[in-house]
Design a protein around this ligand. Structure first.
Ligand SMILES: [Zn+2]
Length: 218
């Protein structure tokens, strides 16, 4: 009888342990979701979208100059890029180049409004050609920012665009939509849109003249 009792106790302990095990596993799942939100190599393009609930970790406003048009939401970046971005802007200034933040984080809801307004004003065809659908804008990651200059004219050939192209990888950023890569990125050349990927990856992408898509495929 004592033996049977002992077996029952052992059985109960095993059941309890396995229940704990289940809890531990689901706990890890939670951590995994968080690390995904902190994943600096997350790929967002026309084929890879983000969930409506995706919000970057530690959204914060960096200490850099912003254009007057930037909304408070757009001034925010994921916490992880605050310092690298400030370093980039400060170093540019030391070298005589004034860079201004224009638009960084955009929530799913904001993108939805932008997209729907475009559809209303110019039709779905125009909206689909020029505006990312909600969930498919990299700006929702908080890992990128559109830069401008004091003339609000940030185009190829300006000294600001040239400086950014040559130097942003030193701070962990890449020109996300380079020239002649539309067939891969799905987006025309945008010299103003920089994306944080960390210094090592940025250097690799810059040195090899590739895109984030090509880097992730290798
Ligand atoms: Zn952009």
């Amino acid at each position: 009888m004592k033996r049977v009792f002992k077996s029952i106790i052992v059985f109960i302990i095993i059941v309890l342990l396995s229940l704990c095990g289940v809890n531990i596993i689901s706990g890890n799942g939670g951590e995994e979701r968080n690390s995904k939100i902190n994943n600096i190599l997350i790929l967002v393009n026309r084929k890879n979208g983000l969930d409506k609930s995706y919000i970057p970790m530690d959204l914060t406003i960096p200490e850099i100059p912003f254009s007057d048009e930037a909304t408070n939401e757009e001034k925010q970046v994921a916490g992880i890029i605050k310092e690298p971005l400030e370093e980039l802007i400060n170093e540019a200034k030391k070298e005589g180049i004034i860079l201004i933040g224009n638009s960084a984080y955009r929530s799913y809801e904001s993108q939805e409004i932008i997209y729907n307004n475009r559809v209303r004003d110019e039709g779905k065809k125009s909206a689909d050609a020029y505006v990312a659908k909600p969930g498919f804008s990299e700006h929702q990651t908080g890992l990128c920012i559109d830069i401008t200059n004091k003339y609000r004219y940030f185009a190829e050939g300006t000294e600001e665009a040239e400086w950014l192209e040559k130097n942003c990888s030193r701070f962990g950023f890449i020109i996300r939509y380079p020239k002649n890569k539309k067939r891969i990125t799905g987006i025309e050349y945008e010299p103003w849109h920089i994306r944080y990927v960390g210094k090592d990856v940025a250097k690799y992408i810059y040195d090899n003249g590739i895109t984030l898509e090509e880097y992730l495929e290798k």
